[in-house]
Write a protein that binds this ligand. Structure first.
Ligand code: GUN
Length: 287
């Protein structure tokens, strides 16, 4: 069997087209231009790539993009002062502080300084609590993108066994909450889980978000399962590098019913969902 390849790139283009229509309508009918501020502290190369890409796509859908690039040595108090200004700025509806932050900065403190209504990452403790209790919240972009692809592929997810490998606040935990909200039976597994292969083999839906290149081989995948690969790992490839996921794609694609590729799977959906969250924030702010 060869798996259906879930085309995240094409799906993300559709989501962005819908966002662009909504932005045009907000401008036309409400004189409202959604604005997204992205804050990058330091020069982490991967973060720079993401931030550039976010800025470009924000402008492409017709929204206003505000980029703040700060030195790696920026004091925490300066970053907090910037967030306070962005919170108070009516032209800004979404604020994203790119993670990871330099080690002298307390990431939790910074994230929780963002106005929860502008927290388009969904990382603020209020949004985490709202999501966990099934209330209206900002939903973290990567898990939201994964859920959209799963719903599009399966329709209903009700009753399915979902295994999320990885317990990060950014992906693993909110992903599990979203799957639970769609009535899956959810297991969160991680590097310390006993007999991880057996846990994975029980999954109808397997979400890999561990950040270890090609850690999950095909023989951990249940025949016909849907595999969502959140990993983006740069590895050596001859004298160059290439991107691989947390799943060993070639072997998993022989067993799975459907699988997301890396690149071109979850990655593009993350930014599309960020743009969608910014429109949602702008609409809520406008009343
Ligand atoms: N770094 C890696 N992924 C993310 C994300 O989704 N949001 C932010 N703010 N930083 C990240």
């Amino acid at each position: 069997m060869t798996a259906h390849i879930i085309d995240g790139k094409a799906f993300a283009a559709q989501v962005r087209a819908r966002v662009a229509d909504q932005v045009a309508m907000l401008k036309d009918q409400h004189d409202l231009t959604p604005g997204l501020a992205v804050v990058l502290v330091g020069e982490d190369p991967a973060s720079q790539v993401y931030v550039r890409s976010k800025g470009k796509l924000t402008v492409e859908v017709g929204m206003a993009s505000f980029e703040h690039r700060l030195d790696a040595g920026t004091p925490q108090s300066d970053l907090l002062a910037l967030i306070a200004r962005l919170n108070a700025d009516p032209e800004i509806h979404g604020i994203l502080v790119q993670l990871p932050l330099p080690s002298h900065i307390d990431s939790d403190l910074v994230i929780n300084a963002i106005d929860p209504a502008k927290d388009v990452d969904g990382f603020h403790i209020s949004n985490v609590g709202l999501l966990g209790t099934g209330q209206k919240s900002m939903v973290p972009c990567t898990p939201l993108g994964c859920l959209m692809m799963l719903r599009a592929h399966h329709g209903s997810l009700s009753g399915m066994n979902a295994v999320v490998v990885g317990r990060s606040n950014i992906v693993g935990k909110p992903m599990a909450q979203l799957l639970l909200g769609d009535s899956c039976t959810v297991t969160i597994a991680h590097s310390r889980s006993k007999d991880l292969p057996a846990i994975c083999r029980g999954a109808d839906i397997l979400v890999a978000a561990v950040g270890r290149p090609e850690m999950i081989p095909g023989d951990w995948v249940k025949p016909g399962a849907t595999v969502i690969d959140v990993g983006i790992n740069r590895v050596a490839h001859g004298d160059k590098t290439k991107l691989v996921g947390d799943v060993h794609f070639e072997s998993a694609a022989q067993v799975a019913g459907a699988i997301t590729p890396v690149p071109g799977g979850v990655g593009p959906m993350t930014i599309a969902c960020l743009l969608a969250n910014t429109v949602t924030a702008a609409c809520r702010a406008h009343g």
